[in-house]
Design a protein around this ligand. Structure first.
Ligand code: SF4
Ligand code: SF4
Length: 123
């Protein structure tokens, strides 16, 4: 994760949504996620511990939302976490990113401003 990643000073989605995924991503099924970090929510799905009920906050999230955060399971994180992208980081808007940030009193991320191009001088 690069230093200019907006997620490093946010963390809102980790403290807003139920973060669920297929149980097959857990270590006991051959995946990466430690089993003790999840709770079973359906026969085939688990949720990150702390996100299965309100108030929501993944127990793997360290720090203060909107200030500075770190995921202690970054390398082992689920497909749900890997696929959730901050708005505009890859050029696409993610309304769920806006929603999570808004729930924590944070403004939506804005698309990068295109560099202005000076008009060509006409001789
Ligand atoms: S809400 Fe958006 S900016 Fe904040 S941590 Fe999640 S993806 Fe990153
Ligand atoms: S595992 Fe990491 S990225 Fe996923 S919700 Fe928890 S703190 Fe956020």
């Amino acid at each position: 994760m690069s230093d200019n990643n907006p997620c490093l000073s946010c963390g809102a989605c980790c403290a807003h949504f139920r973060v669920s995924f297929f149980w097959g991503e857990c270590q006991s099924a051959g995946g990466l996620m430690p089993d003790d970090q999840v709770v079973l929510i359906t026969p085939h799905r688990v949720a990150m511990r702390g996100t299965e009920s309100k108030p929501t906050r993944c127990t793997a999230l360290l720090g203060d939302v909107g200030q500075g955060v770190r995921c202690t399971l970054y390398k082992e994180r689920s497909s749900t976490c890997r696929e959730f992208e901050a708005s505009w980081v890859n050029g696409e808007h993610n309304p769920q990113c806006d929603s999570a940030r808004s729930a924590h009193g944070l403004p939506p991320l804005m698309p990068p401003v295109a560099p202005s191009i000076a008009p060509e001088r006409v001789a």
